[in-house]
Design a protein. Structure first.
Length: 277
Protein backbone atom coordinates (compact mmCIF):
# COMPACT_ATOMS: atom_id res chain seq x y z
CA UNK A 1 0.00 0.00 0.00
CA UNK A 2 1.47 3.39 -0.99
CA UNK A 3 2.38 5.63 1.97
CA UNK A 4 0.34 8.44 0.44
CA UNK A 5 -2.82 6.30 0.68
CA UNK A 6 -2.58 5.92 4.45
CA UNK A 7 -5.98 6.98 5.82
CA UNK A 8 -5.38 6.41 9.52
CA UNK A 9 -2.23 8.25 10.58
CA UNK A 10 -1.94 8.57 14.35
CA UNK A 11 1.31 10.52 14.20
CA UNK A 12 -0.21 13.12 11.88
CA UNK A 13 -3.40 13.38 13.95
CA UNK A 14 -1.46 13.88 17.18
CA UNK A 15 0.86 16.51 15.68
CA UNK A 16 -2.13 18.59 14.56
CA UNK A 17 -4.22 17.97 17.68
CA UNK A 18 -5.54 20.79 19.85
CA UNK A 19 -4.23 18.83 22.83
CA UNK A 20 -0.79 19.91 24.06
CA UNK A 21 -0.46 16.49 25.70
CA UNK A 22 -0.93 14.62 22.41
CA UNK A 23 1.38 16.97 20.51
CA UNK A 24 4.13 16.38 23.09
CA UNK A 25 4.07 12.58 23.04
CA UNK A 26 7.50 11.14 22.18
CA UNK A 27 7.88 9.11 18.96
CA UNK A 28 8.32 5.76 20.75
CA UNK A 29 4.95 6.22 22.49
CA UNK A 30 3.29 7.01 19.17
CA UNK A 31 4.81 3.85 17.65
CA UNK A 32 3.39 1.83 20.55
CA UNK A 33 -0.07 3.31 20.02
CA UNK A 34 0.09 2.61 16.28
CA UNK A 35 0.83 -1.04 16.99
CA UNK A 36 -1.81 -1.24 19.69
CA UNK A 37 -4.58 0.01 17.41
CA UNK A 38 -3.26 -2.14 14.52
CA UNK A 39 -2.91 0.91 12.30
CA UNK A 40 -1.21 -0.90 9.40
CA UNK A 41 -3.87 -3.61 9.26
CA UNK A 42 -6.66 -1.06 9.41
CA UNK A 43 -5.14 0.92 6.55
CA UNK A 44 -4.58 -2.23 4.51
CA UNK A 45 -8.28 -3.10 4.87
CA UNK A 46 -9.39 0.38 3.83
CA UNK A 47 -6.98 0.39 0.87
CA UNK A 48 -8.13 -3.03 -0.32
CA UNK A 49 -11.76 -1.78 -0.42
CA UNK A 50 -10.98 1.82 -1.37
CA UNK A 51 -13.25 1.89 -4.46
CA UNK A 52 -16.45 1.45 -2.45
CA UNK A 53 -18.35 3.76 -0.11
CA UNK A 54 -21.33 3.43 2.19
CA UNK A 55 -23.05 0.06 2.52
CA UNK A 56 -21.11 -1.56 -0.37
CA UNK A 57 -17.86 -0.68 1.43
CA UNK A 58 -19.17 -2.19 4.67
CA UNK A 59 -20.21 -5.41 2.91
CA UNK A 60 -16.83 -5.74 1.22
CA UNK A 61 -14.97 -5.21 4.51
CA UNK A 62 -17.02 -7.95 6.19
CA UNK A 63 -16.30 -10.24 3.25
CA UNK A 64 -12.60 -9.32 3.34
CA UNK A 65 -12.51 -10.24 7.04
CA UNK A 66 -14.58 -13.40 6.43
CA UNK A 67 -17.33 -12.31 8.81
CA UNK A 68 -20.73 -13.99 8.38
CA UNK A 69 -23.97 -12.39 9.55
CA UNK A 70 -27.04 -14.42 10.55
CA UNK A 71 -30.34 -12.51 10.60
CA UNK A 72 -33.40 -13.37 12.70
CA UNK A 73 -36.77 -11.59 12.68
CA UNK A 74 -36.44 -10.06 9.22
CA UNK A 75 -40.17 -10.75 8.69
CA UNK A 76 -40.98 -8.23 11.43
CA UNK A 77 -39.78 -5.33 9.29
CA UNK A 78 -42.25 -3.72 6.86
CA UNK A 79 -41.14 -2.39 3.51
CA UNK A 80 -42.17 1.15 4.36
CA UNK A 81 -41.88 3.31 7.45
CA UNK A 82 -39.54 5.62 9.34
CA UNK A 83 -37.80 3.84 12.18
CA UNK A 84 -35.21 4.21 14.90
CA UNK A 85 -33.27 0.94 15.09
CA UNK A 86 -31.97 0.77 18.68
CA UNK A 87 -29.27 -1.85 19.32
CA UNK A 88 -26.90 -3.04 22.01
CA UNK A 89 -23.21 -2.37 21.35
CA UNK A 90 -21.29 -5.53 22.30
CA UNK A 91 -17.93 -5.11 20.57
CA UNK A 92 -17.51 -1.68 18.98
CA UNK A 93 -16.66 -2.46 15.37
CA UNK A 94 -17.86 -5.67 13.78
CA UNK A 95 -21.28 -5.18 15.40
CA UNK A 96 -21.73 -1.75 13.80
CA UNK A 97 -20.58 -2.92 10.37
CA UNK A 98 -22.92 -5.94 10.52
CA UNK A 99 -25.78 -3.69 11.68
CA UNK A 100 -25.20 -1.26 8.79
CA UNK A 101 -24.89 -4.09 6.26
CA UNK A 102 -28.14 -5.82 7.22
CA UNK A 103 -30.40 -2.77 7.60
CA UNK A 104 -28.78 -1.21 4.52
CA UNK A 105 -29.73 -4.27 2.47
CA UNK A 106 -33.40 -3.79 3.45
CA UNK A 107 -33.79 -0.02 3.24
CA UNK A 108 -32.15 2.27 0.67
CA UNK A 109 -31.13 5.09 3.00
CA UNK A 110 -29.61 4.60 6.47
CA UNK A 111 -27.55 6.79 8.76
CA UNK A 112 -26.13 6.46 12.26
CA UNK A 113 -25.36 9.29 14.71
CA UNK A 114 -21.84 8.26 15.76
CA UNK A 115 -18.52 9.37 17.20
CA UNK A 116 -17.19 12.08 14.89
CA UNK A 117 -13.73 10.49 15.06
CA UNK A 118 -15.05 7.75 12.74
CA UNK A 119 -15.26 10.34 9.97
CA UNK A 120 -11.53 9.84 9.52
CA UNK A 121 -12.54 6.92 7.27
CA UNK A 122 -14.04 8.61 4.17
CA UNK A 123 -15.64 5.40 2.87
CA UNK A 124 -18.18 5.27 5.71
CA UNK A 125 -18.92 8.98 6.02
CA UNK A 126 -22.18 8.63 4.00
CA UNK A 127 -23.50 6.38 6.78
CA UNK A 128 -22.60 8.64 9.70
CA UNK A 129 -23.68 11.84 11.37
CA UNK A 130 -20.62 12.77 13.39
CA UNK A 131 -21.27 13.77 17.00
CA UNK A 132 -18.88 15.06 19.63
CA UNK A 133 -19.12 12.32 22.26
CA UNK A 134 -16.63 14.06 24.56
CA UNK A 135 -18.45 17.35 24.96
CA UNK A 136 -21.25 19.57 23.71
CA UNK A 137 -22.30 19.56 20.09
CA UNK A 138 -22.69 22.78 18.14
CA UNK A 139 -26.03 24.28 17.15
CA UNK A 140 -25.29 23.23 13.57
CA UNK A 141 -24.89 19.60 14.64
CA UNK A 142 -28.08 19.75 16.70
CA UNK A 143 -29.87 21.12 13.66
CA UNK A 144 -28.49 18.32 11.48
CA UNK A 145 -29.73 15.76 14.00
CA UNK A 146 -33.22 17.25 13.96
CA UNK A 147 -33.26 17.28 10.16
CA UNK A 148 -32.18 13.63 10.18
CA UNK A 149 -35.14 12.66 12.37
CA UNK A 150 -37.43 14.67 10.09
CA UNK A 151 -36.13 12.82 7.02
CA UNK A 152 -37.19 9.48 5.54
CA UNK A 153 -33.83 7.87 6.32
CA UNK A 154 -33.69 4.91 8.69
CA UNK A 155 -31.76 5.80 11.85
CA UNK A 156 -29.42 3.27 13.44
CA UNK A 157 -28.36 4.04 16.98
CA UNK A 158 -26.45 2.57 19.91
CA UNK A 159 -28.18 4.32 22.85
CA UNK A 160 -25.52 3.25 25.36
CA UNK A 161 -23.01 5.47 23.56
CA UNK A 162 -20.30 3.06 24.73
CA UNK A 163 -19.27 -0.53 24.13
CA UNK A 164 -20.68 -3.11 26.56
CA UNK A 165 -18.82 -3.74 29.80
CA UNK A 166 -18.69 -6.73 32.14
CA UNK A 167 -20.50 -6.26 35.45
CA UNK A 168 -20.92 -9.04 38.02
CA UNK A 169 -19.87 -11.58 35.42
CA UNK A 170 -22.45 -10.44 32.85
CA UNK A 171 -21.60 -8.53 29.68
CA UNK A 172 -24.15 -5.87 28.79
CA UNK A 173 -24.56 -2.22 27.86
CA UNK A 174 -24.33 0.55 30.41
CA UNK A 175 -27.46 2.63 31.04
CA UNK A 176 -29.07 3.71 27.78
CA UNK A 177 -29.40 7.42 27.05
CA UNK A 178 -32.94 8.74 26.73
CA UNK A 179 -32.49 11.02 23.70
CA UNK A 180 -33.68 8.44 21.15
CA UNK A 181 -37.00 8.14 23.01
CA UNK A 182 -37.41 11.92 23.09
CA UNK A 183 -36.67 12.19 19.37
CA UNK A 184 -38.87 9.20 18.47
CA UNK A 185 -41.86 10.87 20.16
CA UNK A 186 -41.09 14.31 18.75
CA UNK A 187 -40.72 13.08 15.17
CA UNK A 188 -43.25 10.21 15.35
CA UNK A 189 -40.80 7.41 14.61
CA UNK A 190 -41.47 3.86 15.74
CA UNK A 191 -38.59 2.04 17.42
CA UNK A 192 -37.17 -1.33 16.39
CA UNK A 193 -35.30 -3.20 19.16
CA UNK A 194 -32.22 -4.98 17.78
CA UNK A 195 -30.00 -7.50 19.54
CA UNK A 196 -26.46 -8.07 18.21
CA UNK A 197 -24.33 -10.96 19.44
CA UNK A 198 -20.65 -10.71 20.35
CA UNK A 199 -18.14 -9.99 23.09
CA UNK A 200 -14.63 -8.65 23.46
CA UNK A 201 -11.64 -10.37 25.05
CA UNK A 202 -11.05 -10.74 28.78
CA UNK A 203 -8.18 -8.27 28.39
CA UNK A 204 -10.59 -5.53 27.37
CA UNK A 205 -12.93 -6.15 30.30
CA UNK A 206 -10.07 -6.51 32.78
CA UNK A 207 -8.52 -3.20 31.72
CA UNK A 208 -11.95 -1.58 32.12
CA UNK A 209 -12.34 -3.10 35.58
CA UNK A 210 -8.88 -1.99 36.74
CA UNK A 211 -9.42 1.50 35.31
CA UNK A 212 -12.65 1.77 37.29
CA UNK A 213 -10.99 0.46 40.48
CA UNK A 214 -8.32 3.15 40.16
CA UNK A 215 -10.94 5.83 39.77
CA UNK A 216 -9.83 6.79 36.26
CA UNK A 217 -12.76 8.40 34.45
CA UNK A 218 -11.27 8.33 30.96
CA UNK A 219 -12.25 5.13 29.15
CA UNK A 220 -8.66 4.09 28.39
CA UNK A 221 -9.78 0.60 27.39
CA UNK A 222 -11.31 2.00 24.20
CA UNK A 223 -7.85 2.22 22.66
CA UNK A 224 -7.98 -1.60 22.55
CA UNK A 225 -11.10 -1.66 20.34
CA UNK A 226 -9.28 -1.75 16.96
CA UNK A 227 -7.23 -4.68 18.29
CA UNK A 228 -10.43 -6.37 19.43
CA UNK A 229 -12.01 -5.85 16.02
CA UNK A 230 -9.07 -7.43 14.23
CA UNK A 231 -9.36 -10.50 16.45
CA UNK A 232 -12.92 -11.05 15.25
CA UNK A 233 -12.02 -11.97 11.70
CA UNK A 234 -13.49 -15.33 10.58
CA UNK A 235 -16.39 -14.97 13.01
CA UNK A 236 -20.19 -15.04 12.86
CA UNK A 237 -22.46 -12.25 14.08
CA UNK A 238 -26.15 -12.82 14.80
CA UNK A 239 -28.66 -9.98 14.56
CA UNK A 240 -32.20 -10.31 15.92
CA UNK A 241 -34.94 -7.82 15.07
CA UNK A 242 -37.71 -7.49 17.65
CA UNK A 243 -41.30 -6.39 17.30
CA UNK A 244 -41.73 -2.75 16.39
CA UNK A 245 -42.55 -0.49 19.34
CA UNK A 246 -44.93 2.30 18.19
CA UNK A 247 -43.89 5.75 19.38
CA UNK A 248 -47.34 6.11 20.99
CA UNK A 249 -46.19 3.46 23.50
CA UNK A 250 -43.96 6.02 25.20
CA UNK A 251 -46.59 7.68 27.36
CA UNK A 252 -46.13 9.82 30.46
CA UNK A 253 -46.63 6.70 32.53
CA UNK A 254 -42.82 6.46 32.54
CA UNK A 255 -40.07 9.04 32.07
CA UNK A 256 -38.10 9.06 28.83
CA UNK A 257 -35.14 7.64 30.78
CA UNK A 258 -37.30 4.76 32.04
CA UNK A 259 -38.68 4.06 28.56
CA UNK A 260 -35.10 3.89 27.24
CA UNK A 261 -34.29 1.17 29.80
CA UNK A 262 -37.53 -0.59 28.84
CA UNK A 263 -36.38 -0.80 25.21
CA UNK A 264 -32.95 -1.95 26.39
CA UNK A 265 -34.59 -4.79 28.34
CA UNK A 266 -36.60 -5.75 25.25
CA UNK A 267 -33.37 -5.89 23.25
CA UNK A 268 -31.70 -8.32 25.64
CA UNK A 269 -34.81 -10.53 25.72
CA UNK A 270 -34.22 -11.06 21.99
CA UNK A 271 -31.05 -13.01 22.80
CA UNK A 272 -33.35 -15.87 23.82
CA UNK A 273 -34.12 -16.32 20.11
CA UNK A 274 -30.53 -17.42 19.56
CA UNK A 275 -30.68 -20.04 22.32
CA UNK A 276 -33.66 -21.66 20.61
CA UNK A 277 -31.92 -22.09 17.25
Amino acid sequence: MPETDKIIDIEKEFKTSNSQFLRSLPPFVIRMIEKLIRQDEMNETIYHNRDKTGVPFVRDVLKYWNVSVNVHGRERLPENGRFVFAANHPVGGIDALSFFSVVGSIYPAIISPSNELLNIIPNIRPLLLGLNVFGRNSRDTAGELNRLFESDKQILIFPAGEVSRRTNGSISDITWQKSFITKAIQYKRDVVPVFISGRNSNLFYNVARIRKMLGIKMYIETILLPREMMKQHNSTVSIVFGNIVPYQTFTRELTHHEWAQYVKDEVYKLSENLKQT
